[in-house]
Write a protein that binds this ligand. Structure first.
Ligand SMILES: [Zn+2]
Length: 283
C-alpha cells in the first residue's frame, strides 16, 4: 500500500515536472514568435535582421534541449508550442529574408558610396538595380523596429494560456471518440455506420433508429446500421474540412478517432469551417 502510494507520488512529481518543462517551451515559443515576425517586416534594418538571425537559432537549440527532458516530446501540447518556433525557423531561411539582407547591404553600400566617390559606374548601376528590386518587393528604406524585451521568463500571455486551456478541454472531451452527426444529439463516442450501399455517418447506436426514421421521411430505405466489427484495425480517419460559405476544402488523415475529432474541432482553415469524417481502409 505504502509502496503504491509512493509510486503514485513519484508519478505525480514527474507529471508536474513535465508540465513545467512544457510551460517553458511555451515561454520560449512566445518570446521567439515576434522575433520571427521581424524578418517578415519590410522595414527591418540590418541590425534587426542580425538580432533575429542570432536569437532564433539559440531559441531552437534551447527548445531541442527541452524536448530531451522526460515526457516533453510526447506531451500533447508540445506540437502546438513547437509550431510557433517552426514559423520563426521558416522566416529565417525565407527568400524575403535574403532579399531584406541584400537590400540593406545595397543601401549601406549606396550610403558609403555617396560619402566617398570611390565607386565605379558599374557598382552604382548594380546597387541601383538591387534597390529597385527591393522597392518592387515593397521593401522601403529603414524605419526602426523596437526589439521585443528579452526578459528571461515573461508570463505566458493570456491569449496563449486561454488557447492552451481551450485545446486541453477539447482534447478531454474527444477522448470518448467521434461525435455523433445527429444535430439534436452531438454526443461523443459515435459508431461507424453503413447505409447498405456505402459509408454512413458516425452515429451513437441509440441515434440509428431516429436517423432511419429521417431516411424514411425523405423516401430512402431505413438501411443505416452499425458496421459489423466496427472500424477495422489499421484503417485511417480522413477529416475533410470544408468552407461552409465558399469554395475550398482540405483533408487531414488521422490514426485514431480521438485525433480525428480533435482535428475536426481545432483546425479551422476557413471562417466558416465544417467537417466530415470518413474511414479510409488500411492499405
Ligand atoms: Zn447520437
Amino acid at each position: 500500500m505504502t509502496s503504491s502510494l509512493n509510486e503514485w507520488r513519484a508519478h505525480a512529481r514527474t507529471a508536474r515536472e513535465t508540465d513545467r518543462q512544457v510551460r517553458r517551451l511555451y515561454h520560449l515559443a512566445h518570446r521567439i514568435a515576434p522575433i520571427g515576425r521581424i524578418l517578415t517586416n519590410p522595414n527591418a534594418t540590418a541590425d534587426d535582421i542580425a538580432y533575429a538571425t542570432a536569437r532564433i537559432p539559440r531559441a531552437l537549440a534551447a527548445a531541442s534541449r527541452l524536448l530531451t527532458r522526460p515526457g516533453v516530446a510526447d506531451h500533447l501540447e508540445a506540437p502546438y508550442a513547437l509550431s510557433f518556433l517552426t514559423t520563426a525557423e521558416r522566416a529565417l531561411t525565407a527568400p524575403s529574408t535574403q532579399l531584406l539582407k541584400t537590400a540593406n547591404t545595397a543601401r549601406a553600400a549606396a550610403a558609403a558610396a555617396s560619402a566617398n566617390s570611390g565607386w565605379t559606374r558599374h557598382e552604382h548601376v548594380a546597387s541601383e538595380a538591387v534597390l529597385g528590386l527591393a522597392a518592387r518587393w515593397g521593401l522601403s528604406p529603414a524605419a526602426h523596429i523596437p526589439h521585443p524585451t528579452a526578459d528571461d521568463q515573461p508570463p505566458v500571455p493570456a491569449y496563449i494560456a486561454h488557447e492552451v486551456a481551450r485545446r486541453t478541454e477539447i482534447r478531454a472531451r474527444c477522448t470518448a471518440g467521434i461525435r455523433c452527426t445527429r444535430t439534436t444529439c452531438l454526443a461523443y463516442g459515435a459508431v461507424w455506420t453503413h447505409n447498405g450501399t456505402g459509408q454512413g455517418p458516425f452515429l451513437c447506436p441509440g441515434c440509428i433508429p431516429a436517423a432511419n426514421a429521417d431516411r424514411v421521411a425523405r423516401r430512402f430505405a431505413p438501411t443505416l446500421q452499425t458496421v459489423p466489427g466496427g472500424v477495422p484495425a489499421g484503417a485511417r480517419y480522413s477529416v475533410t474540412l470544408y468552407n461552409g460559405s465558399g469554395p475550398g476544402r482540405r483533408t487531414v488523415t488521422c490514426e485514431t478517432p480521438q485525433e480525428a475529432q480533435f482535428t475536426a474541432e481545432t483546425v479551422r482553415p476557413f471562417n466558416n469551417t465544417g467537417y466530415t469524417i470518413q474511414i479510409t481502409p488500411a492499405q
